[in-house]
Ligand binder design. Structure first.
Ligand SMILES: *[C@@H]1O[C@H](CO)[C@@H](O)[C@H](O)[C@H]1NC(C)=O
Ligand SMILES: *[C@@H]1O[C@H](CO)[C@@H](O)[C@H](O)[C@H]1NC(C)=O
Length: 239
């Protein structure tokens, strides 16, 4: 957690003029850091900044240790990409992209909890537009409502992406995953608001068969994983 906090502070200095903020929300049983960049259009993102909860901490959704490559680097990549797009006058002129990055911890329960936060913000904003939100105390200044997200990027794991999609599609929020390769997600009747930027496992299998044929291999061993991750085995992250 502390490394990530430090990173967020460093990034906020680097970004300078961009209104960049982070907040530590006391949600559920664990405090999760949320990175928020203001803009005209807000894109939600779920990255696995921490490992999934260890077996004895699953019930309290307490995540594991920091993941640098699969978490922090992806957060940085997203912030960098937004900076590049926003500073280029040819891409989206006069529109500033913002984002809200949340931690999925490579775990369905945490990812769903964070997706609920995305949805809640969307619902509150639409109620505000319809004038349904009123201040109970006229003396207090009205709370500035966050802009709703236009879509969600991530999460990384197929099984977690399926859970998140089941929730997001109820609220018509599009989802684009960057590394979920499960063939199940190709079913548009089940996962209506899901898209991905990587080919499904079916394509990978076809490519593997082509390689086997091309080199006339007569014997191939296949090792299967259930998609579960244990400890720090980043190598199994190819889902
Ligand atoms: C962007 O804003 C500037 C200044 O308001 C305006 O001159 C320009 O036409 C706008 N560009 C687009 C693509 O809307
Ligand atoms: C595979 O087998 C075919 C047919 O026997 C042969 O023409 C080809 O050169 C072989 N390829 C390799 C990489 O050995």
């Amino acid at each position: 957690m502390s490394i990530f906090l430090l990173l967020v502070i460093l990034l906020s200095e680097e970004i300078g003029l961009v209104n960049f903020s982070f907040l530590v929300g006391a949600q559920a049983n664990e405090r999760r850091v949320v990175a928020h960049v203001t803009g005209d259009i807000i894109i939600g993102a779920l990255f696995s900044v921490h490992h999934q909860p260890p077996a004895d901490k699953v019930h309290e959704r307490k995540c594991g240790v920091i993941r640098e490559q699969y978490g922090i680097q992806r957060v940085e990549a997203m912030l960098h990409t937004l900076d590049r797009i926003n500073s280029d006058p040819k891409i989206l002129p006069n529109i500033t992209l913002g984002c809200e990055i949340r931690d999925s911890c490579w775990h369905s329960a945490v990812a769903l909890e964070q997706s609920i936060e995305f949805i809640r913000d969307s619902l509150v904003s639409s109620e505000e537009e319809e004038g349904l939100v009123r201040c109970t105390d006229s003396a207090t200044t009205p709370v500035r409502v966050k802009k709703p997200i236009v879509g969600v990027i991530g999460p990384g794991s197929s099984s977690v992406a399926i859970q998140v999609q089941n929730l997001l599609q109820l609220f018509n929020i599009p989802q684009i995953a960057y590394s979920a390769t499960s063939m199940d997600l190709s079913d548009k009747t089940l996962y209506k608001y899901f898209m991905r930027v990587v080919p499904s496992d079916a394509q990978q299998a076809r490519a593997m068969v082509d390689i086997v044929k091309r080199y006339n291999w007569t014997y191939v061993s296949a090792i299967h994983t259930e998609g579960k991750l244990y400890k720090n085995q980043d190598i199994l992250d190819i889902v």
